[in-house]
Design a protein around this ligand. Structure first.
Ligand code: NAD
Length: 454
């Protein structure tokens, strides 16, 4: 498997993909290792995860370079991701003992009633490349914590980072037969789907997620899907600082090159502030430094996957043919690497792909709306339901809009944000199940109900 640097299209390294017999042997080892791991005390597992966090912090510069080289994420954003993901470990440290503790529900009377949160067993974590620390930690750290063994399949676009996770987890004290890394693309993912595992935790596209859910349905094990989005942001006409709103909205749309599941993917602006917003937004985007992701100060690097360039090209072409106006960008930079110029389109409509299909790149459509009702109707007009944001000076007016939207997350005056304290969950085609928060810890457990008499 060739690992290509998206900034210069050069080969970084070739890795051998796992063969079916290697996959089977690794799974066998995990099955043997899991019961002992589950019998260790929770304190011991927490201490090992904390130690993993310490090792990651110590190696942050090397790890950030690896991440930047294989995904093209600008170096400072790679460091930010690694630093930011650490909040999951702090969350575990502060809460795991409470949320995994035996619950004594009925303590008096003839029969005591208690709930024990047992691990699932060996789970598959099939993951994405765009935020491998964030989305990886959401699953494999919490799964390990709860006493599971983990078959981790990093995306083929973040395999070197995946191998680093394994090295550091083992160095921190996770037994080699409790966490393993499965190297390869869809074919290796398929091998995990065919295996007899106790849960499937997937982060990636709707298409793959739907396929996985259907394929493993008959196993009757938990399946969680963290999928894509077409997340809307609405700028109300009571926003006083339009320039700041434009800066924040642009960052939500273009951070990590727009390759975030909860990136702002479409913007609606009240007609009273539309012209001012578009002017400030375009000025902000035109100020972004695009170039070598290793150079300090670069905000827009290459897109990670070559194939995405075609998606972006097609969305721009489709929008322009249907009457959109291009303010900036709209094309691939004519150099080596997969550089797509940050693109702003206005006069867009829901007849255009750019307002309906996940772009997953540095491109945004901005549409004018007459009132909150029209904004709600447009925000709801999607098959996805991950997040939605409203910028307004009035919390109550914003919440009135947000509560009408079928999304797992609602933002007022912020966007493109994930907190370990809150459930991360998508509705409709954005997913199934929950990670993070106490609900996310419990996702890696199965309850056993004890009726204790005598
Ligand atoms: P993808 O669906 O192409 O791949 C995801 C993973 O699935 C990879 O590891 C891939 O090798 C594996 N895979 C592909 N085909 C498979 C098959 N047939 N069987 C088993 N495994 C298979 O997605 P991607 O390009 O890696 O990630 C981008 C998508 O992920 C976007 O849609 C994004 O919105 C979404 N995403 C969602 C979240 C979230 O939390 N909701 C977070 C990050 C990314």
């Amino acid at each position: 498997m060739d690992i290509i640097n998206p900034a210069n299209e050069k080969l970084i390294q070739s890795l051998p993909a796992d063969t079916p017999s290697q996959v089977a042997a690794k799974i066998e080892r995990l099955k043997k290792g899991q019961p002992d791991w589950a019998h260790r005390s929770l304190e011991e597992r927490i201490a090992i995860i904390i130690q993993f966090g310490t090792l990651v912090k110590q190696e942050i510069e090397t790890l950030a370079l690896v991440l930047t080289s294989e995904t093209g994420k600008p170096l400072e954003q790679a460091r930010n991701e690694i630093r930011g993901a650490h909040n999951r470990i702090e969350h575990i440290q502060a809460n795991a003992a409470t949320w995994l503790a035996r619950e004594r529900v009925v303590t008096a009377g003839a029969v005591r009633e208690e709930i024990v949160h047992e691990p699932l067993g060996v789970i598959a974590n099939i993951s994405a490349w765009n935020f491998p620390y964030n989305v990886g930690y959401n699953v494999f750290l919490y799964a390990l914590l709860a006493g599971n063994a983990v078959a981790y399949k990093p995306s083929e676009y973040a395999s070197l980072t995946g191998l680093k996770f394994r090295d550091l987890l083992i160095k921190a004290g996770v037994p080699a037969n409790v966490f393993d890394c499965f190297i390869g693309g869809a074919a290796v993912g398929e091998m995990l789907l065919d295996a007899d595992l106790d849960g499937y935790f997937f982060t990636g596209s709707y298409q793959t997620g739907k396929y996985i859910a259907q394929k493993v349905a008959a196993k009757m094990v938990p399946v969680q899907l963290e999928l894509g989005g077409k997340d809307p942001l609405y700028i109300m006409d009571d926003v006083k600082d339009i320039r700041q709103a434009a800066i924040n909205a642009a960052e939500g749309a273009f951070y990590n090159n727009g390759q975030s599941c909860c990136a702002v993917e479409r913007i609606y602006v009240h007609e009273n502030v539309y012209d001012a917003f578009v002017k400030a937004f375009v000025a902000e985007v035109q100020g972004y430094a695009m170039g070598d992701p290793l150079a300090e100060g670069t905000f827009i690097g290459p897109v990670t996957r070559k194939e995405q360039m075609e998606v972006l090209r097609d969305q721009v072409k489709d929008a322009l043919e249907k009457g959109a106006v291009l303010h900036t960008g709209g094309r691939q930079r004519k150099t080596e690497g997969y550089f797509w110029e940050p693109t702003v389109l206005t006069q867009v409509s829901h007849q255009m792909k750019v307002m309906r299909e996940e772009s997953f790149g540095p491109i945004i459509g901005i549409q004018s709306v007459r009132n909150d009702e029209e904004a709600v109707a447009l925000m709801k007009d999607t098959s996805y339901g991950l997040t939605a944001a409203v910028f307004s000076d009035s919390e109550s007016r914003a919440v009135q809009v947000l509560e009408q939207l079928p999304t797992g997350t609602a933002y007022w005056n912020c966007c493109d944000r994930v907190s370990p304290n809150l459930p991360w969950t998508g509705r409709k085609n954005s997913g199934l199940g929950v990670t993070l928060s106490y609900l996310g810890i419990r996702a890696f457990t199965q309850p056993k109900a004890y009726h204790l008499k005598g």
